[in-house]
Ligand binder design. Structure first.
Ligand code: GLU
Length: 265
């Protein structure tokens, strides 16, 4: 882990919004530490809708798509401001990158995004990626910024993807259920057939669950990015190389010759 040069870290809404907005500085401390030792760090952060809700004077998450998108447009701005304010402590500059899964499957959009990402990383900027919610609703509907994080990892050929959530590791069944066993390691050919997935996180403001995480982890791993799945509160330990969470081995990928792999669901 401390040897990983290019790292994508994905954090979900419930970890960094509402009562947990105070976790942003801890997350940023860990990202800054990795950045400071020379790693190239990309953050994929959800949380725009959850951050935007109080500004729309709504008490709870809107149920219609248009108001969710409006909340995302308002909250994205505030979310980036919060990250930048925290990154200022380390004199690190953030770059906002809003993408859709479709962008990464369209060759022209994909190469544009890849060029911009490489330039940002070359300039030592910390890109912060979210779904572009005014034109795409994959995450809103399916809780799938995990998949976007995997696609970004493949795009930039990351060494490592860290998928953070409110659970410390993958379990054989939802961890509150009796008989749940922690899974430390997933080999490239492990099919995880015996694993039962629950759905959303405990705070109820995000939309992803263990199922989307495992699908994303397997996608990234199959394309050569190792994946660590752990809890947001353990991000410093994770980036320092402490053996925690669930590790997915990366497939060995033949070096490419300038052409990008085609990514499909
Ligand atoms: N991309 C959206 C966000 O950042 C969607 C997350 C969600 O559905 O809660 O808020």
């Amino acid at each position: 882990m401390p040897r990983a040069k290019r790292i994508v870290v994905k954090v979900g809404s419930s970890s960094i919004s509402g009562p947990n907005a105070g976790q942003i500085p801890h997350l940023v401390d860990a990202l800054a530490e990795a950045h400071g030792r020379g790693a190239e760090v990309i953050l994929v952060s959800s949380g725009a809708i959850a951050t935007g809700i109080p500004y729309l004077k709504l008490d709870s998450r809107p149920t219609d798509l248009a108001t969710q998108q409006a909340a995302a447009a308002v909250g994205q701005n505030v979310l980036i401001y919060r990250y930048q304010e925290s990154l200022d402590r380390y004199e690190i500059v953030a770059g906002q990158v809003l993408l859709t899964a479709g962008d990464l499957e369209n060759p022209t959009h994909r190469s544009n995004a890849q060029r911009a990402m490489e330039r940002l990383l070359g300039l030592r900027i910390l890109p912060i990626v979210n779904e572009n919610d005014t034109v795409a609703t994959q995450e809103i509907r399916f809780g799938d910024n995990d998949r976007l994080a995997a696609l970004v990892s493949i795009l930039v050929k990351a060494d490592l993807l860290v998928l953070l959530s409110d659970v410390d590791a993958l379990y054989s069944r939802p961890p509150h259920e009796p008989g749940a066993v922690r899974i430390d390691h997933v080999g490239i050919h492990d099919d995880l057939d015996g694993v039962t997935f629950g759905d959303i996180g405990s705070a109820g403001v995000g939309t992803g669950g263990a199922g989307t995480k495992v699908a994303a982890a397997k996608l990234a791993a199959a394309h050569g990015t190792a994946v660590l799945l752990t809890a947001t509160g353990r991000v410093s330990d994770a980036l320092a190389g402490v053996e925690i969470g669930t590790w997915f081995d990366a497939a060995a990928i033949a070096p490419t010759t300038g052409t990008l792999p085609v990514v499909s669901a």
